[in-house]
Write a protein that binds this ligand. Structure first.
Ligand code: ZN
Length: 287
């Protein structure tokens, strides 16, 4: 019998948590639940996101979800996170649940309500800050100096929280996962006391019933036109796919180089950012 584990992915937006969650969800003992803190009741309480959300897969598919039902989503007004996890565990029938909410304050909310935190784990997921600024820019977010401080403060707060509670923690860099998914998935399954399963890197994914996340991760599972139509209908605020992924624009390499140099300058001029960058295991030469 496997130990019941809740594992919280922590990090900034645009770190590839949905893509990682999709791969983890392929494991027979793991369910990726997505951004649980975005269910109506928790959204009303915390407002970590622009909007509440439900199952992204069923949303794109135009169907109602059998796991994240309207009753469940509205019920989060009354359920504590622990009660929600009990219900979700029954619905998925898997011992390990992964939460992709990413906010340290959400995990802090969960931890404050628990007496026994022995089944709680954290994965700190990070993407190079130059790529993070680029993802912000693609979405029309303008103040890069501010976003650089957001990146820094997010990881600073995460390290403070996991150290305060002494949580078992694993740092994963998005770039390492993209370069060698199997190596990283083996690392994560080991961390969760599970055996690695080959089907985790199978390109034919099973449906991912998870709250919110990056709609771009569903390109491939669904036709890109279907994702585009949803994006046009709902708008960027409610359906936050990277607009660049929906166009066939050729990337202008000289412009990209200029932007990269601009991001590097901002990163180097943001106090303490490089310290956090190195703490996360990144190399200066990869900036
Ligand atoms: Zn669903």
């Amino acid at each position: 019998m496997n130990q019941k584990i809740e594992c919280y992915i922590l990090g900034t937006a645009y770190t590839g948590s949905t893509i990682l969650g999709e791969a983890l969800n392929m494991h027979s003992k793991i369910a990726y639940v997505g951004e649980l803190s975005r269910a109506q009741g928790y959204y009303d309480l915390h407002r970590f996101y622009n909007s509440p959300d439900g199952c992204m897969y069923c949303h794109i598919d135009g169907k109602s979800c059998s796991i994240f039902t309207d009753n469940f989503l509205k019920g989060t007004n009354n359920y504590s996170p622990a009660e929600s996890y009990l219900r979700l565990r029954k619905a998925y029938n898997k011992p390990v649940l992964i939460d992709g909410s990413k906010h340290a304050r959400w995990l802090e909310h969960v931890l404050k309500q628990r007496e026994d935190i022995s089944g709680i784990r954290a994965i700190i997921l990070a993407k190079n800050p130059t790529s993070y600024l680029s993802s912000c820019s693609d979405r029309g977010i303008g103040n890069m100096e501010h976003e650089a401080t957001v990146w820094r403060d997010t990881y600073f707060n995460i390290f403070s929280l996991v150290n305060l509670y002494g949580l078992p923690t694993l740092v994963i860099r998005h770039e390492d996962f993209v370069a060698n998914p199997e190596k990283i998935l083996r690392k994560i399954t080991n961390f969760l006391n599970l055996k690695y399963e080959k089907r985790m890197v199978n390109s034919k994914k099973q449906p991912l019933h998870a709250i919110g996340g990056n709609p771009g991760a569903y390109i491939g599972t669904f036709d890109i036109d279907r994702i585009s139509i949803r994006n046009k209908k709902l708008g960027q605020k409610y359906f936050d796919v990277n607009p660049i992924r929906l166009t066939s624009k050729i990337i202008n390499t000289s412009k990209a180089k200029i932007m990269h140099a601009k991001y590097m300058k901002i990163i180097l001029e943001t106090p303490s950012l490089i310290d956090l960058y190195r703490q996360l295991g990144f190399n200066i030469k990869d900036l």
